[in-house]
Design a protein around this ligand. Structure first.
Ligand code: FES
Length: 211
C-alpha cells in the first residue's frame, strides 16, 4: 500500500516516475526549445539588453555617489560668510602713534596697536629672564611699531583692556588681574602665556591682511 501511495518505482528519492513531465514547448521561444541546452548555448539574444540595463544601473550608482559626496562636502565646508571672514584686510592708516583699534576677526577680538618709540624703547630693555613666556619683539611683530594680537586673555579668556595695567601702553585683564606689556607679553598675574599673535602680513604700509 505504501508503495502504491508514493508510486515509488526507481531509486530513492525520485518520486512520481510514472508521470510524464509537462511539455512547456508551447510557451517557449523557438530559439529556446531545446531544454537540454543553456539559453546562451542556443544563441541567446538577451545579452545586449542585459548590458544596457547594467550600464544604466552603473550610471545611476555613479550619479548617486556623486550626489552624496557633493552633499557631504558642501555640508562640511565652511559657509560663504565664514570663508569671507577667514582673512580680513585692515586699513591701519588712521591709527596714530600710541593709538589703538579693535575689530572682530573669526569671532574673536583683534587688537591693533600703533606703538610709540617710547613703547619700543621700553620693551627693548626687558631681559628675557623677566618674562613668563619669553619672546622677543622680532618674534611678535613684523614691524616693531605695529602690534597685532588676539584680544583674549590667556588665563581664562576675558578681554583685556588696552593701554592700562602696570606696564605703560600695555594691557590689563580685569577678571583676575593679569598684566601684559605693550607687545602683549604676560608680565604679572595668572596669565600663563603671551597674547596670541595671529598670522598676518603687510600688503602696503597702511594695509594689513590678517588670516
Ligand atoms: S581671564 Fe584674564 S586674568 Fe583671568
Amino acid at each position: 500500500m505504501l508503495w502504491n501511495q508514493v508510486r515509488y518505482k526507481d531509486t530513492f528519492p525520485r518520486f512520481h516516475r510514472d508521470l510524464d513531465f509537462p511539455n512547456f514547448d508551447a510557451y517557449r521561444k523557438d530559439e529556446f526549445i531545446d531544454v537540454t541546452k543553456t539559453s546562451w548555448g542556443q544563441g541567446d539574444k538577451k545579452g545586449g539588453i542585459s548590458y544596457f540595463i547594467s550600464f544604466i544601473g552603473l550610471i545611476g550608482t555613479m550619479y548617486g555617489a556623486k550626489s552624496h559626496i557633493t552633499h557631504y562636502m558642501t555640508y562640511m565646508s565652511a559657509a560663504a560668510d565664514v570663508r569671507a571672514m577667514a582673512s580680513i584686510e585692515v586699513d591701519i592708516s588712521k591709527v596714530a602713534p600710541g593709538g589703538f583699534m579693535s575689530l572682530k576677526w573669526r569671532g574673536k577680538p583683534l587688537f591693533i596697536k600703533n606703538r610709540t618709540q617710547v613703547d619700543i624703547d621700553n620693551e627693548s630693555k626687558t631681559p628675557m629672564s623677566a618674562l613668563k613666556d619669553p619672546q622677543t619683539e622680532e618674534q611678535r611683530t613684523i614691524k616693531p611699531e605695529w602690534l597685532i594680537v588676539i584680544g583674549i586673555c590667556t588665563h581664562l579668556g576675558c578681554v583685556p583692556i588696552p593701554n592700562s595695567g602696570d606696564w605703560p601702553g600695555g594691557f590689563y585683564c580685569p577678571c583676575h588681574g593679569s598684566h601684559y606689556d605693550n607687545i602683549g607679553r604676560a608680565r604679572k598675574g595668572p596669565a600663563p602665556t603671551n597674547l596670541e599673535v595671529p598670522p598676518y602680513k603687510f600688503l602696503t604700509d597702511t594695509t594689513v591682511l590678517v588670516g
